[in-house]
Design a binder for this molecule. Structure first.
Ligand code: ZN
Length: 170
């Protein structure tokens, strides 16, 4: 069972700029510390870009992915939310629909990952909106979750500092 997500305000602003910063689509992971009794939110401490590519054709960087995987092997109280952008380029090439929606390919991947892991969540960032979703097995549908709440608290700066020792965060 996952908890609601929180994120540093300045980090959410950096993520929100990605779909305009490049014509290309960007994919990555937002790394969070799993909620504790003391701080009951899944707390995003840093986001890492793991791939980029022209709209609809993102390729991941294997070297970065293996660094990310190594981090999770060594830090078992952390989790991740996959994210990707639908950029200005995506919308120009494929239409306004993608300013608000996942593609069919995105949805089938979310479904597949959700079947493997009921806690799987994915975030879509477009110039128009942010969505956070998960696959609901019971209704066989993809459902929207509250997007990460933006906060400005010391514990997240500390987390960010920790994660940035291992990974190249935004
Ligand atoms: Zn997509």
């Amino acid at each position: 069972m996952t908890s609601d997500l929180v994120i540093l305000k300045e980090e959410m602003q950096k993520l929100a700029k990605l779909p305009r910063a490049t014509y290309n689509e960007v994919t990555g992971v937002s790394v969070y510390h799993i909620a504790t009794k003391a701080f009951p939110y899944d707390s995003i401490g840093g986001s890492v870009i793991t791939g980029m590519g022209s709209p609809g054709k993102i390729t991941s960087d294997d070297k970065i992915l293996s660094e990310v995987n190594r981090f999770f092997d060594q830090n078992t109280n952390y989790g991740y939310v996959d994210f990707h952008t639908h950029s200005v380029g995506t919308i120009e090439e494929y239409g306004e629909h993608y300013a608000y929606n996942f593609s069919d390919a995105d949805e089938s991947q979310i479904r597949k990952n959700g079947l493997d892991n009921p806690d799987y969540r994915q975030m879509l960032i477009t110039p128009k909106r942010v969505r956070l979703v998960r696959y609901d097995r019971r209704t066989d549908s993809i459902i929207d979750l509250p997007i990460p709440r933006q906060v400005d608290v010391k514990v997240l700066y500390t987390l960010r500092e920790y994660i940035s020792r291992f990974l190249d965060v935004l």
